[in-house]
Design a protein around this ligand. Structure first.
Ligand code: ATP
Length: 261
């Protein structure tokens, strides 16, 4: 039976700064559900990206996870086992995520090796994955290097690579940052398709409240390493409670000449 809920609880992340222990994430708990999008929003530096890195066991050196548990359905799962097979991940700034001297085929080969997944034909599997995310000429892309692709194409390749292990969940950290508006819409369309067609559960880390309004079912708001508000998306926009949420919604509405009710 497919597992429908990924429960992440009590994440605590610390670092040492100027000889003092600094808590970056303090008891963060979230649930991501199949077929739903949970948006994680908050001011810059509130701890969204470092939390994702903590869940996926890819924290930078000098930053430590002190606590945290993950459950898939009712079974405990290690963080190391989440990445790739259970949670695919795409990070902000796709260009920096690719090695400039490696082709798309070589990137796919590395991803599959890390996942321990074997296909009868690597090229066929990757071409199918590229076609699935709407890339034109997927076979022709295999021999291309990152500099030969636009930012939007690279983001689609990153999503295709994240899906190679067929994970039920996806963490998307600022997937539309640095892309032009038309491409942003295409990437949001693609994420929506993953939810409707594959029943994926997505954790969407973003500053883009327009994207939140468009895609999210639920919203968690972070401030200084903690969740300060969590509610269905309609409630977040209609009746934001915490000052951080009100500021985010107000900034978004002001783009359209509107105010928070
Ligand atoms: N490698 C690191 N070493 C020490 N502190 C770090 C490191 N990376 C991030 N931090 C700190 O962790 C805190 C949270 O950073 P994080 O990148 O998670 O914020 P964010 O909410 O994702 O911000 P943004 O929206 O700008 O991406 C910040 O105070 C940041 O300075």
């Amino acid at each position: 039976m497919p597992v429908s809920t990924l429960t992440l609880s009590d994440l605590r992340i610390t670092t040492h700064q100027g000889g003092k222990l600094r808590t970056l994430v303090d008891g963060l708990s979230l649930s991501v559900q199949a077929g739903r999008v949970l948006a994680l929003v908050g001011a810059s530096g509130s701890g969204k990206s470092i939390s994702c890195a903590g869940w996926l066991d890819v924290l930078p050196s000098g930053v430590k996870r002190e606590m945290g548990q993950a459950r898939l359905g009712d079974k405990a799962i290690s963080f190391a086992a989440l990445r790739g097979r259970v949670v695919g991940s795409i990070m902000q700034n796709p260009r920096s995520a690719f090695n400039p001297v490696m082709t798309m085929r070589a990137h796919a080969r590395e991803t599959l090796k890390a996942l321990g997944v074997e296909y009868a034909s690597l090229d066929d599997a990757v071409i199918a994955a590229f076609a699935d995310v709407g890339l034109d000429d997927p076979a022709g892309m295999l021999g291309l290097h990152p500099f030969e692709l636009s930012g939007g194409m690279l983001q689609r390749v990153m999503i295709a690579l994240a899906l190679l292990g067929n994970p039920p969940f996806l963490f998307a950290d600022e997937p539309t940052t640095d892309l032009d508006l038309v491409v942003q819409k295409h990437i949001l369309d693609l994420l929506e398709t993953l939810v409707t067609r594959r029943n994926m559960g997505i954790l969407l880390v973003t500053h883009d409240m327009g994207g939140v309004a468009r895609l999210a079912d639920d919203v968690a708001v972070m401030d200084q390493g903690r969740i300060v508000e969590m509610a269905p998306v309609a409630q977040i926009f209609a009746a934001p409670e915490h000052v951080i949420t009100r500021n985010l919604v107000a900034a978004h509405l002001s783009l359209y000449g509107q105010e928070v009710a």
